[in-house]
Design a protein around this ligand. Structure first.
Ligand SMILES: [Zn+2]
Length: 356
């Protein structure tokens, strides 16, 4: 079977390597059995690159480092206690460390991987078989409220930002993790958040709407002149998590000619919201079908969340991407449609958003 190239919209692999609590003993250049993604396994699964998130973990010693901290099981789902903002200076230090790590990887890779600064890089890397790394801030706690260092981070290679992770910052409010629950969980963008949208439009930085609450989503939709991008989420009508998009939000993504990256995590795809991974891949296909039917095949893509969330057993790491592609094929997608889902739509949206 020939491998269909895949460009994935979201992983946490860089953070996994840089956070002392995780990633111990792994090298990006060596095949490992732990975690979800490294270069040898990416090659094996047909992954040509992706958007590499830089998420600032809660400071060491914070109870929020435990992902299940403040978990309440409810009659039909769960609620996690709201997460608190992280300290900007601590976030800047962490982000800078991850950026140094990413550029170290590039140096060690001897041409095998390259951070992407513009659309030409993506095309060239694909043609030459170089692995593409797009650098993304997942929550912009490192950005100053007056945007004083936004250009500096652009200069350091950041080409995509999520306004918030599932916690607040000076720009907006993330959704707390709840099921079943509407994504409408609090106030919208702050004044600084509105300026951030304009700043990103001006520089040509992707604004990622994963993790933002519903009012924040509409705030960006109203202001932004770029296609709306949701890098890793699911369909709320199928899995009623706060992290997933309502039909109205999906329609707005389609109308803006944007895209929705479907996440692989069972907790975001299963109808019952359970995180248990013993579920067939068809659960992910169902979300892709839904988005394709509702807003069109040009607006659905992949956003695995490798190394950031639990994966379904059948898709336990990146080497199993061909299983997902086969499941899509079995569901009726032809080669042209598959290529849109696996990389074409991401390439188009990045080309239309980036300046150069
Ligand atoms: Zn995330």
């Amino acid at each position: 079977m020939t491998l269909i190239p895949t460009f994935d919209g979201h992983n946490d692999t860089l953070v996994e390597f840089c956070d002392p609590a995780d990633g111990e003993g792994r090298s990006f250049f060596e095949r490992s059995e732990s975690g979800h993604l490294d270069l040898p396994r990416a090659r094996e699964g047909g992954l040509i690159g992706g958007i590499f998130a830089i998420f600032t973990p809660p400071a060491s010693g914070s109870p929020e480092r435990d992902r299940e901290y403040g978990l309440t099981v409810t009659e039909d789902g769960y609620e996690l206690k709201a997460r608190s903002a992280v300290e900007p200076e601590y976030s800047r230090q962490f982000v800078d460390r991850v950026l140094d790590f990413a550029y170290d990887l590039e140096r060690q890779a001897k041409g095998e991987i390259a951070p992407v600064r513009g659309y030409q890089d993506l095309e060239r890397n694909l043609g030459e078989g170089v692995f593409s790394m797009v650098l993304h801030l997942e929550g912009v706690s490192a950005i100053q409220e007056d945007l004083g260092n936004l250009e500096e981070y652009y200069g350091k290679g950041i080409r995509s930002i999520g306004v918030v992770w599932s916690r607040p910052n000076v720009f907006g409010y993330g959704v707390p993790f709840r099921f079943p629950h509407s994504p409408d969980t609090g106030p919208g963008l702050t004044r600084a958040g509105q300026e951030l949208v304009k700043g990103c439009n001006r520089l040509g930085i992707v604004i990622d709407l994963a993790h933002i609450n519903e009012k924040g989503f509409w705030g960006v939709a109203e202001l932004s002149d770029a296609p709306l991008v949701v890098s890793h989420s699911g369909v709320h009508a199928i899995c009623a998590s706060t992290r997933n998009l309502t039909d109205k939000q999906l329609d707005a993504v389609g109308e803006s000619k944007g895209l929705m990256g479907i996440m692989f995590a069972p907790g975001m795809t299963r109808e019952d919201g359970d995180r248990d991974g013993d579920v067939p891949i068809s659960g992910i296909v169902r979300h892709i079908d839904y988005v394709a039917e509702r807003i069109g095949i040009d607006h659905v893509a992949l956003g695995s969340d490798f190394d950031g969330a639990q994966m379904p057993t059948e898709l336990s790491d990146v080497t199993h991407l061909p299983r997902l592609i086969q499941a899509l094929r079995d569901s009726g997608y032809d080669d042209a449609s598959l290529e849109k889902i696996t990389y074409g739509n991401w390439f188009r949206v990045l080309r239309e958003t980036w300046k150069g």
